[in-house]
Design a protein around this ligand. Structure first.
Ligand code: ZN
Length: 76
């Protein structure tokens, strides 16, 4: 199953910048942790998980690494 990262904006919406990166399945706008994200928020390739300047959601990370062990091995 394909995953991608989707941004959660901080206070002030888009102008406030990215507060946190979540992981979503496919092109959904609901994160794996259950948080609803702006469908227009920026997305990134799943391989960028843990490599962004902004923080990544810990809950999403736990689900994601469980579903994609081949990536988990790169990010112990
Ligand atoms: Zn999340």
């Amino acid at each position: 199953m394909m995953h991608q990262m989707r941004a959660e904006y901080g206070a002030g919406g888009e102008a406030g910048g990215v507060r946190l990166w979540h992981m979503v399945r496919g092109s959904q706008s609901v994160a794996m942790c259950g948080r609803e994200l702006d469908p227009a928020a920026p997305v990134r390739e799943a391989v960028d998980w843990g490599r962004t300047a902004e923080l990544c959601c810990h809950t999403c990370g736990a689900y994601f690494l469980r579903e994609t062990p081949y990536l988990a091995s790169e990010h112990p």
